[in-house]
Design a binder for this molecule. Structure first.
Ligand code: ASP
Length: 334
C-alpha cells in the first residue's frame, strides 16, 4: 500500500504542507493538488503563476492551467484566461462540469463567471514595472508605456508586428523575447486510495504574443496522469514540450516498466530531437509506487516532496541531462 505523497516544483514549497495535510486527512489527490496550486497562484511574489504573473506584450496577464485525474483519465484546462487568479480551480470545473477539456480566452472567462469565480486584477505594480522596462529596453513598441491607453498600445503593437512580419524579422524577435522570465508550478499527488492527480499552472512566457498558449493547458504535453502508471508535468519552453508530448512520453515509459529516473531522463533526452531549437525544460515524474524523480536540461534545479510520514517538504535535486548543445542557460526558471 503506497502512502500518500505530494510533490511540487521549486516555488511550491510554502504550499505543499497544505497539500500533504489534506492527504493525511484522507482527502483526494484532486483536492490536495488544487489547494496546493491555488496557494502558489495566490502568491503575488511569484512572477510566473497566477496573481503577479508577468504579462503578455500588451501588459495583460493571461494564465494557463490544467488538471488531470489519473483514476478516470478525465482532464480540464483553460488557456489565455484573464482576470481570474485561480485558473487551476476553473480547470477543475471544466473537468467536472463540462463535456470539454480545454476552454480558452473569453469563453473560459465567461465560464468562470457562470461558475461563480470572482474577477481580480492580476497585474501587480512589480509586474507592470518589469513590463515597462522590457518594452523600453527591447524597443519593440517604440513608445512609452501608458496603462491608461491600452488601445493605443495595441495599435502600436499591431504596427510593430506588421513591420516585423513584412521584414521577416519575426523569428529573430521571437528568439529575443524567449530569453525572458518564465516558470510554472507543477503539483503531483497520490492519495490514500492510491489515486493520482497532476495540476499545472502558469502565466506562460513573459511578454508572449497575446493569445499564445504554452504546454501547461495541453494534456499530454505539460501534464499527464494515469493511476495505472503515474504522472508527469513540465516546466520550461512550452513550444518544445508540446512538439514532443513530453509528459505523455514519461508516463508511456512508466507503462513499459521504466523507473521514474529512466522515464524522466528519457523524456528530457528526447529534446535532442528538436536540436538546434533552443529551450530549457524540466519534468517531474511520479510513479504509482510513490517514487518521484525530476530531470532537466540545465544544472541545479530541484523540486520538493512531502509524504504522509514526513510532511515537511524535502528538497530533491533534478537529474541534469546534458544535451551537449548551447541550449543550457537559456531562460530563467523559478
Ligand atoms: N511551460 C510554460 C509555458 O511555456 C513556461 C515555463 O514553465 O517556463 O507556458
Amino acid at each position: 500500500m503506497v502512502k500518500a505523497l505530494i510533490a511540487g516544483t521549486i516555488r511550491a514549497d510554502h504550499a505543499l504542507p497544505t497539500g500533504i495535510a489534506l492527504l493525511r486527512k484522507g482527502k483526494s489527490a484532486i483536492d490536495a493538488v488544487e489547494a496546493t496550486v491555488r496557494l502558489v497562484e495566490d502568491n503575488e511574489d511569484d512572477w510566473t503563476v497566477g496573481l503577479g504573473g508577468l504579462p503578455n506584450l500588451l501588459g495583460e496577464v493571461e494564465l494557463d492551467a490544467s488538471i488531470m485525474d489519473g483514476k478516470t483519465l478525465r482532464a480540464g484546462a483553460v488557456a489565455g484566461i484573464k482576470h481570474y487568479k485561480n485558473p487551476i480551480s476553473i480547470a477543475r470545473k471544466v473537468m467536472e462540469e463540462t463535456p470539454h477539456i480545454l476552454l480558452v480566452g473569453e469563453g473560459a472567462e465567461l465560464f468562470a463567471r457562470v461558475m461563480g469565480f470572482q474577477e481580480t486584477p492580476l497585474l501587480t505594480q512589480t509586474a507592470r514595472d518589469i513590463h515597462q522596462d522590457f518594452l523600453q529596453k527591447k524597443g519593440i513598441v517604440k513608445y512609452p508605456y501608458d496603462t491608461e491607453d491600452t488601445l493605443k498600445l495595441k495599435e502600436r503593437y499591431y504596427k510593430s508586428f506588421q513591420h516585423l512580419v513584412k521584414d521577416e524579422k519575426l523569428m529573430s524577435w521571437y528568439r529575443r523575447y524567449v530569453e525572458t522570465t518564465h516558470g510554472t508550478v507543477n503539483v503531483l499527488a497520490v492519495d490514500k486510495e492510491q489515486h493520482i492527480c497532476c495540476g499545472v499552472s502558469t502565466s506562460g512566457l513573459s511578454f508572449k504574443f497575446p493569445g499564445r498558449a504554452g504546454d501547461s493547458p495541453v494534456i499530454g504535453a505539460g501534464n499527464y496522469a494515469d493511476d495505472r502508471y503515474g504522472a508527469a508535468a513540465c516546466v520550461g519552453t512550452g513550444e518544445l514540450v508540446i512538439r514532443l508530448s513530453l509528459a505523455r512520453i514519461a508516463v508511456y515509459e512508466l507503462s513499459k516498466g521504466a523507473t521514474v529516473e529512466e522515464a524522466a531522463t528519457t523524456a528530457i533526452s528526447s529534446l535532442r530531437d528538436l536540436l538546434p531549437d533552443k529551450g530549457s525544460v524540466s519534468i517531474i515524474v511520479l510513479d504509482k509506487a510513490g517514487n518521484v524523480c525530476g530531470a532537466c536540461n540545465w544544472q541545479d534545479y530541484y523540486f520538493w516532496v512531502a509524504t504522509e510520514d514526513n510532511p515537511k517538504p524535502q528538497k530533491q535535486k533534478c537529474i541534469f541531462v546534458d544535451l551537449k548543445s548551447e541550449v543550457n542557460g537559456v531562460g530563467y526558471h523559478r
